[in-house]
Write a protein that binds this ligand. Structure first.
Ligand SMILES: [Zn+2]
Length: 234
């Protein structure tokens, strides 16, 4: 379980057009915490990449999950539009990503935004530059392409039942945070913190629990399906 951003990396802030009171890193942590609680309540082992307001390098987040031999990697984020004007403030809805080449301008925008976190990674936080390791980890995620897209679809479909915003569908982009994990991996944009209505919705603890419970249910049903498949004819 991965709560996006942390420490000096605040992620996006909003809403557009009013004083910025919504901070992505706090909401992602709150939702990821509740998600971990829900999954633990269902008997699953859950490791969180961060449990406090700290910065973890994007490439370390997958590594942490690998060390724990995780079955799935779920990264929680909040969206922001490309423009900070009235049209941007109207953007809302939720979308779930798996790792693959971004195909649309919108996917490329979210990819740029979420990968920007690396600029906070200095000194001890900075990942070692090893071009070969990128190729290897890319291949590792390729192996899980179908599973990741299946997990993304399960989470995205599930959220329709609780989320008031429109479903923006399953999307794909080349997120640094998903690249290093050797397991099915997705990134959920749970809404737009730049939209006043959605920022209020996402800040409400009851709604955070509702979203967490819903995503947890999708993860559990995905894993049950996956296990019955590998346990069966394969
Ligand atoms: Zn983010």
């Amino acid at each position: 379980m991965d709560a996006g951003h942390g420490g000096p990396d605040h992620g996006m802030s909003g809403p557009i057009g009013s004083e910025h009171w919504f901070v992505e890193k706090d909401v992602t942590l709150a939702v990821a915490r509740r998600l971990a609680e829900e999954l633990r309540a269902q008997g699953m082992d859950v490791l969180m990449t961060r449990t406090s307001d700290t910065l973890i390098a994007l490439s370390d987040r997958g590594r942490i999950a690998n060390r724990a031999r995780g079955d799935v990697f779920v990264s929680i984020h909040v969206n922001a539009p490309g423009v900070s004007n009235a049209a941007g403030a109207r953007e809302r809805g939720f979308e779930t990503y798996f790792l693959a080449e971004a195909k649309t301008e919108d996917e490329r925008r979210v990819e740029r935004m979420e990968n920007e976190s690396v600029r906070f990674e200095t000194g001890a936080n900075a990942p070692k530059g090893d071009p070969l390791s990128f190729i290897i980890t890319d291949m590792a995620q390729n192996e899980h392409l179908r599973e990741s897209s299946d997990l993304a679809a399960t989470i995205q479909d599930g959220l329709r039942a609780v989320h008031p915003g429109p479903s923006r569908g399953v999307q794909q982009a080349n997120f640094a945070v998903l690249r290093g994990s050797y397991m099915p991996a997705v990134l959920v944009e749970i809404g737009f913190g730049t939209n006043a209505t959605e920022a209020a919705y996402l800040s409400d603890p009851d709604n955070q629990s509702r979203l967490a419970r819903n995503i947890a249910g999708s993860v559990v049903s995905y894993l049950a399906r996956y296990e019955s498949r590998v346990g069966g004819t394969r």
